[in-house]
Write a protein that binds this ligand. Structure first.
Ligand SMILES: Nc1ncnc2c1ncn2[C@@H]1O[C@H](COP(=O)(O)OP(=O)(O)O)[C@@H](O)[C@H]1O
Ligand SMILES: [Mg+2]
Length: 538
């Protein structure tokens, strides 16, 4: 289905309302919006919280009802016990009871079949026994809360259960057992959640990591894992983490952002979306560039959704995050080395292997190393229309990162040859940025025009023009730079229709534009703070 057909809701005036309407339509209508029959979705387990509409980041309408975490397995949602309470006795008793239950159940809790109603029943029975044996002095009302907390500690992830179930939370960051931060609407905020102690914190980390067959300890202090729901987990423990274990969870988007969402958030415009759709359908090679958490994966997912359904897509990622809807998809995931340092399968190996799998498109989650060379070769030789992301702050930076990564492939290639490869492979670079208020947006789209001398020529097609900010929020517009890309004719010849008007720059008085603030140099900053001027002798 064409973008313009899919985007019925976007033309509505109120952007936030439009998202709401689009999502509401989606939930009432179980039929997927795409034309091909998708496989029947598996029935949702009852205790899994359904994820309502994701919040508009820094949106104009704060929706208080979303702040309530969805109840999980009967546990009172907002009132989690593991808050940093002054009630030390409660925590001590809980720990005692929990230890009793753990001792009672022993190895049955650490097997691979950890979840399931059978185990739930066993844990509840063991908990009852422990409570009978122990003299737990709490009121009957508190007792059910106590039981819910101990159950969540044993069967779930303790204090992390609440933010995991809360659809407004997109990221959970633990710096210590009693320092848990969350990200909502792109903004990081502290919580009053806490594990009972460091021991429980490490138990939860171990539980997450061992469930995917990995381990984390002094000899392997850094590990990536995944929660059963697909959320991406990273854990770093001492000696690498100096102040104790650090756990970072990027929550899996059960309801990933669509192109309509990104337009409604102001992350891109309708014209830009039309252009990007034409670029993907017309098999241009696209590089999405941005810093950490700027929305690269989200944008990659949206761009990949434009790939026609009859094409065979191979996706390659470090930790599978992409959620494509097309019927013909092969998903590959890299693998770290095991404890003996063996069995590693790198992104690079997967890219090479993918070439033998008759792909029409190769979508690589992120290029970080030598795979850049294989990717460029694939883009130049019959796998046009491939898409990937790179960690860089500007389009120009993205190119030099690519050069460095090609060198990491280990061939002694002359710089000019590398630039030729890059210039002929990459067609457009989409640059993302995360503003200080948490808003993510496309700030620039550039066409790679070729090589002139030793320099890769870039031409800006779309750009974000910032304006005066209203109460801390950045406002501005994404607009066309007014230049027709070189590839436009080829695109139109290949049968993709794209109105030339999307490239027209808006006409308006120049003085309305705000100038970007000039940033002081480091020397100026030091001089202002009264410190020594660099280079000056004492
Ligand atoms: N355009 C957007 N507007 C608001 N939030 C976004 C947008 N794009 C991504 N996000 C959110 O930002 C977080 C990071 O996005 P992600 O695509 O994983 O970033 P990256 O891959 O660059 O690290 C996620 O929680 C995602 O839901
Ligand atoms: Mg990413």
């Amino acid at each position: 289905m064409k973008l313009s057909e899919r985007l019925g809701a976007v033309e509505s005036e109120d952007a936030a309302e439009a998202t709401k309407a689009a999502k509401a339509a989606k939930t009432t209508k179980p039929v997927p919006p795409r034309a091909t029959p998708a496989p029947e979705p598996a029935p949702e387990p009852a205790e899994r919280p359904t994820r309502p509409t994701r919040p508009t980041p820094a949106g104009p309408t704060p929706r208080s009802e979303r702040h309530e975490p969805a109840p999980k397995d009967g546990a009172p949602p907002a009132e989690r016990s593991t808050r940093k309470r002054s009630n030390v006795g409660w925590e001590v008793t809980k720990k005692r009871v929990r230890d009793l239950v753990l001792a009672d159940l022993g190895p049955r809790l650490t097997g691979s079949k950890r979840v399931g109603p059978e185990l739930d029943k066993e844990v509840k029975a063991a908990l009852d026994r422990a409570l009978q044996r122990e003299d737990v002095r709490i009121s009957p009302v508190e007792r059910s809360k106590f039981v819910a907390e101990v159950l969540s500690d044993i069967l779930g992830y303790g204090p992390l259960d609440a933010p995991l179930a809360d659809p407004t939370v997109t990221e959970i960051m633990c710096n210590a057992y009693d320092q848990i931060w969350v990200e909502r609407r792109g903004v990081i905020e502290p919580t009053d959640l806490a594990f009972t102690d460091d021991g429980q914190y490490r138990q939860v980390i171990d539980k997450i990591v061992t469930a995917v067959g990995r381990r984390v300890d002094e000899s392997s202090p850094m590990v990536d894992a995944r929660l059963p729901d697909g959320s991406r987990v990273n854990a770093v423990v001492p000696p690498l983490a100096l102040n104790g274990a650090v756990l970072t969870i990027r929550k899996f988007a059960e309801d990933p952002y669509t192109v309509a969402d990104l337009i409604n958030f102001g992350s891109m415009t309708m014209d830009l979306a039309l252009f990007l759709e034409a670029a993907v359908r017309g098999k241009l090679n696209v590089l999405v560039s941005g810093g950490t958490g700027t929305g690269k994966t989200t944008t990659l997912n949206v761009l990949s959704s434009f790939i026609p359904e009859r094409e065979r897509i191979v996706t390659i990622e470090d930790a599978a995050e992409l959620q494509l809807q097309q019927p013909h998809i092969v998903r590959l995931e890299s693998r770290p080395a095991n404890s003996e340092g063996k069995g590693e399968v790198r992104i690079r190996d997967l890219v090479r292997n993918a070439l033998r799998m008759r792909p029409d498109r190769i979508v690589v989650g992120e290029v970080r190393g030598g795979e850049a060379l294989d990717m460029l070769q694939a883009m130049n030789t019959g796998h046009a229309g491939s898409i990937t992301t790179v960690h860089a702050n500007t389009a120009r930076d993205a190119l030099s990162r690519l050069e460095t990564m090609v060198l990491m492939a280990g061939f002694d290639l002359p710089m000019r040859a590398i630039r030729e490869q890059i210039a002929s492979a990459i067609n457009i670079i989409v640059q993302l940025e995360r503003a200080s208020d948490g808003t993510r947006r496309i700030i620039s789209v550039e066409e790679v025009q070729g090589l002139e001398g030793d320099i890769i020529l870039l031409q800006q097609l779309f750009r974000y023009v910032p304006r005066t900010s209203v109460d801390g929020r950045q406002v501005g517009e994404i607009e066309a730079a007014g230049l027709r890309p070189k590839f436009l004719d080829a695109l139109v010849h290949s049968g993709v229709d794209l109105p030339a008007s999307v490239f027209q720059a808006p006409v308006r008085p120049r003085e309305v534009r705000s100038k970007t603030r000039s940033v002081p140099s480091v020397a100026e900053l030091i001089a202002r703070s009264g410190g020594p001027v660099p280079g000056a002798r004492r």
